[in-house]
Ligand binder design. Sequence first.
Ligand SMILES: *Cc1c(COP(=O)(O)O)cnc(C)c1O
Length: 464
Amino acid sequence: MAPNVLRNIPSVNELLESPPLRGLVERVNRNVVVSGVRSFLDNLRGDLQSVTDFRVPTPTELAETIASWILAGEEPPLRPVINATGVLLHTGLGRAPLAEEAVAAMVEVSRGYASVELDLKSGERSQRIVAVEKLLCQVTGAEAAVVVNNNAGATLLALTALGLGREIIVSRGQLIEIGGSYRLPDIMTASGARLREVGTTNKTRIADFANAIGEQTAAMMRVHTSNYVVCGFTEQPTLEELVVLGRDKNLPVIDDIGSGALIDFAEFGLKGEPIASQSVATGADLVLFSGDKLLGGPQCGVVVGKRRWVDRLSKHPLTRALRVDKVTLAGLAATLRLYQDPAKAREAVPLLALLGTSMENLHLRAERIAQKLAVVPGVRSAAVQEGTTFLGGGSIPTQQIGTWCVAIEPQSASVDLFANSLRAGMPAVVGRIQQGKLLLDLRSVLPRQDIELSDAVETVTRNL
Ligand SMILES: *Cc1c(COP(=O)(O)O)cnc(C)c1O
């Protein structure tokens, strides 16, 4: 590299005086701009060490590049996304959107102080769970409840509190991996309980559980195989059989139902998802589930069940380590209150509203968006397309959900570039690519986002 190339790079002060960066100082903090210019120049000098042929840009060109680089870095990495993937419980997109009632309750307790551990009637100290325990018992029929950070935390807590140094019996066919490094055998190891696997991959009988019970047994566990199905020549003991056996041997039965459906999802055409209240009614001692899957609330892990066993969990030090804050408690309580009237929940809990949206409604909205986009410069074609999607988030992997999409082909840019630009835009839009077209799937788009969605596509295609 010619040594004068480095010398030709403008100084930090020179660059700060240039119009693009002077303008930026007025929009963002001066310190941010100064340190941004410094680190950009450091990177540039570093890159130039390995380059032989390089034209130093003019100070204005360089300043413009630096200004947009700094601006891009100032965009918060965590920001709202319009989910046009069709996948309703997308873990990468934060799972369930919250009900307005939940959002309002969360905002309200966030702004100031709240009665988190204070009983306002008596002035005495209380447990933070009181705020939601009554509601959880109401909607599930359980005697007691505890709430922690997520279902992985709930599982860890239950296994440690009940099984430390002892054995917990689980069927081989239910040793799940949820993704994001959640593997039941690993959680078991971390909990200090010993996993006692029984049966085979496809067949486990209640006799396998009965034969494995011994001095060391602390509990029996059933795990809902949320994200896979074993079909064909298969058998698993029913929860009822486990409960009967548990009563006979005086052993608790833990039921990890996963998604935490509070109503029957068969009404949306999704079969086989366990319902929390049914599990409680069947007699499981502890029922574990996520707050942000089918329940449609904030991220948390819920344990409901018999008072005797729930108390064992609440008194364990891990409960303190995994506890949720006032914001989560307020959001969960407000969501649960909606379920007191299931008809209200179907309207107000966004996940249920999205699932319950009719095909006619999706078709109509897709047509409206497609018509608007078809005439936008930069769009070669925009047309409605019927399709199928999935619930996602490790729930019900084999059952398809009907949907309508807008399929878009950009005029000259590649569909990949189009999808990338939409994703990086404001608002960020995530769709799915299929057969050379970008599909915007309306099953996971909230109706109030339709206009924002088509505006975002318009902005991006104009600049492609
Ligand atoms: C999703 C799931 C988990 C993990 O729950 P998180 O809330 O993601 O921690 C555990 N068990 C089952 C059966 C699940 O479906």
